[in-house]
Design a protein around this ligand. Structure first.
Ligand code: CA
Length: 226
């Protein structure tokens, strides 16, 4: 996932950054509300981690501006030190999708972000995904490659959808496993066999394999223009 962290506590921000980046996510970070809002509006992220108490602009104001003024629907996980029901309700009404009360575990943050991302990806990208000669319709999960229909099992479709959503980005094995299966797999065999099925079906449709392996790093899509 592409994650924006908006948090002024340098230790918490560094812990989040290291943990999430170590799990294959790509991270941007801001230490104040103004910079955070600017990044959230000017770039595209899958999810945002937003601290409630921030210099410049507090988290609630930022969330409200993002939704109501910039019309950015990126899911927000609000971090709050104030453990009161009123604050939580206020956070939700201003556009946060979930919240965590400090102190939190880093694993919990990642689990919540993944859940938000999965919920949102159904509604955000219901538009047709296109990459050269390859198209995937998220509404029907119909795949066409070089004009030929490609039949794929559900997990393979999900992997292809992840790759197509960010065709330039290399997506790590860990990240694919977490987003498709909900957790990293014990061995690499599961992902490998699904990738094999995916590549074979795509190759059969167009005569070449659009999935590129970057050894030890991950996978991305090649240019599939005619
Ligand atoms: Ca703070």
């Amino acid at each position: 996932m592409r994650i924006l962290i908006i948090e002024d506590d340098a230790t918490i921000a560094a812990n989040l950054y290291d943990f999430l980046e170590g799990h294959g996510h790509s991270i941007d970070a801001a230490g104040d509300g103004i910079t955070g809002l600017h990044l959230a509006v000017s770039q595209t992220f899958d999810v945002i981690v937003l601290d409630l108490g921030l210099p410049g602009m507090d988290g609630l104001t930022l969330a409200r501006k993002l939704r109501e003024e910039a019309h950015v629907e990126t899911p927000i996980l609000m971090l709050t030190a104030r453990d009161t029901l009123d604050d939580r309700l206020e956070g939700f009404s201003r556009g946060a999708d979930d919240y965590l009360v400090k102190p939190f575990s880093l694993k919990e943050v990642e689990a919540r972000l993944t859940a938000m991302y999965r919920r949102a990806s159904g509604r955000v990208t219901s538009r047709l995904l296109e990459h050269g000669q390859l198209t995937l319709d998220p509404k029907t999960m119909a795949v066409l490659f070089a004009g030929n229909e490609v039949k794929l099992p559900p997990k393979c479709l999900r992997i292809l959808e992840l790759l197509m959503r960010e065709p330039q980005r290399v997506i790590s094995r860990d990240e694919i496993e977490r987003l498709v299966w909900g957790e990293a797999q014990e061995t690499s065999d599961t992902l490998r066999s699904h990738l094999h099925t995916l590549r074979r079906a795509l190759t059969a449709a167009a005569g070449f394999d659009p999935v590129e392996t970057l050894h030890g790093i991950g996978y991305r899509l090649r240019n599939t223009d005619a």
